[in-house]
Design a protein around this ligand. Structure first.
Ligand SMILES: Cc1cc2nc3c(=O)[nH]c(=O)nc-3n(C[C@H](O)[C@H](O)[C@H](O)COP(=O)(O)OP(=O)(O)OC[C@H]3O[C@@H](n4cnc5c(N)ncnc54)[C@H](O)[C@@H]3O)c2cc1C
Length: 453
């Protein structure tokens, strides 16, 4: 369902540029061979500029975390699409400027290029230049921010200048462009302007209303394995939207930094939505997660969410195949704990890959669940031959050595299981292939969550 919804949204996003390009081609291509260099450069340049503007509006909508889009696509996918789309948008704008330079050069040489592109006489040109400048600043701020060298509170406001670039660019295009009032352009602009305004208002409402930001206090930090802890957060002033979270969803965590908060990092809420506290099970991987490991009772954490669509349809399925790699188990812990808490039980097989038995989080809890729920747990250990203890583990827990292979899939799963996969990209790619080989299921039949963007 969510895969299909994302495809529909992707199609609708591509529709604007497709309609613009088709309209442009219909009007321009028949006469293009008679154009001189200047007219041809101007025509192609306007096509790139118009598409860039549509991409820019989509970029803002993705970055705005607009709830109606988030609910069907998931914030993780929105965020992953954000960076490549930003690169495409900037490239389109550079082509636009480059072609305009060629146009003016062919009309009047270098002096005309300088006066047309740099002169302050035409206010609409100044707006275009300003939009471009803001976008470059926004892109640079994101690159610098991602490197971790500049605090979030400094680079984020610069990044938000993108919001101002859209109206500036649109006004520039409406005044300068010669085809902006033609059909179908005018319909596309109308839709783009409405979607942009809607996304902007939603972001503003979420910032001012604060329903998806919850101030939390660390209740306790519990060591799970040698590199993983569970952090339990108590919500200080009510749960906001987090009260209505679904199993498998994630939240953005921010730690106090200077007078504000750090950049947000996504983590799955690993306990059941019925629990009053929020539990995050976090593996140490870099700077931020190391700080999380250093938290202690009473520390403040800002939590935003819930987000994500992974596992949203799992409870309506007749049987589940949950496949996890390492800390990718967290959405499944949330789902299983929810099933346990509500008694809403779906027959489930959990295949979980780890390096060694020392990396297994919550082994006793899973074993206990496998005794009271229709749950089969298969631990697959790549660097250890471990057979478990049948007298302690019971009949529904088993151990395999190596990786999750086609052979293991065949042994424990069936094609009528609903498949859910959460683990590193290489593991996901190998398993999608194996699932297709063994059960003939295409990738779209496997719901997936990636732990980065
Ligand atoms: C939807 C989702 C759910 C997740 N759930 C969990 C979980 O339950 N437990 C867990 O241990 N980890 C989880 N992660 C991964 C976790 O967000 C990253 O490990 C963490 O942000 C890394 O930060 P770092 O500074 O410690 O490490 P770094 O070494 O700086 O980063 C390691 C990798 O994490 C990713 N990353 C870094 N910063 C961010 C950021 N601000 N936003 C998004 N990704 C980033 C990048 O791909 C980077 O290569 C989840 C990620 C996503 C997208």
């Amino acid at each position: 369902m969510h895969g299909r919804a994302s495809k529909v949204l992707l199609f609708l996003s591509g529709l604007g540029p497709a309609v613009l390009t088709a309209g442009w081609a219909w009007r321009t291509l028949p006469g293009l061979k008679d154009f001189g260099v200047a007219s041809a450069a101007a025509a192609v340049s306007s096509l790139f500029a118009q598409n860039a503007l549509v991409f820019l509006a989509i970029l803002v909508i993705l970055g705005s975390r607009a709830r109606p889009v988030e609910r069907v696509v998931g914030l993780d996918r929105m965020s992953r699409a954000h960076r490549p789309l930003a690169a495409v948008t900037l490239c389109c704008l550079l082509v636009h400027v480059g072609l305009q330079a060629i146009r003016f050069y062919s009309l009047g040489g270098a002096s005309m290029v300088a006066s047309a592109l740099l002169s302050a006489e035409l206010w609409e040109m100044t707006m275009g230049r300003l939009a471009l400048l803001l976008l470059f600043l926004a892109a640079a701020s994101a690159v610098v921010g991602r490197s971790g060298r500049v605090p979030f509170r400094f680079w984020k406001p610069v990044h938000l200048l993108t919001y101002a670039a859209v109206p500036l660019g649109l006004v520039h295009a409406l005044v300068r462009g010669t085809t902006m009032a033609d059909m179908p352009q005018v319909v596309v602009w109308g839709i783009v302007a409405m979607a942009f305004t809607g996304a902007g208002f939603m972001r503003l409402a979420s910032v001012l209303g604060g329903r998806d930001r919850v101030l939390c206090r660390v209740e306790r930090v519990v060591s799970e394995t040698h590199d993983t802890v569970s952090v339990f957060l108590e919500m200080v002033k009510g749960a906001g939207r987090l009260a209505k979270r679904r199993p498998g969803q994630f939240a953005l965590l921010r730690l106090p930094e200077g007078r504000g908060y750090s950049e947000p990092h996504p983590f799955t809420i690993s306990n059941a939505p019925e629990d009053k506290t929020l539990r995050f099970t976090i593996k140490r991987s870099g700077r931020f997660t190391s700080k999380i490991h250093g938290l202690s009772a009473g520390d403040r954490v800002l939590c935003q969410g819930p987000y994500g669509v992974f596992c949203a349809d799992a409870l309506g399925r007749s049987s589940l195949a949950l496949i996890a790699g390492g800390v990718g188990i967290t959405p499944f812990f949330s789902l299983l704990r929810h099933m346990k808490a509500t008694g809403l039980v779906v027959p489930t097989v959990l295949l979980w890959a780890n390096k060694t038995s020392a990396d297994i989080i919550g082994r006793e809890e899973l074993t206990a669940m496998s005794r009271t729920m229709p749950l089969r747990v298969v631990h697959v250990l790549s660097r250890e031959k471990f057979l478990g203890d049948p007298s302690q583990d019971g009949l529904n827990v088993s151990y395999e050595q190596g990786h999750i292979t086609a052979e293991i899939l065949r042994r424990y799963l069936r094609s009528d299981h609903a498949f859910y996969l959460c683990g590193p990209p290489a593991m996901q790619a190998a398993l999608l292939k194996a699932i297709r080989t063994v059960f003939g299921l295409k990738a779209k039949r496997v719901a997936r969550e990636l732990f980065f963007w």
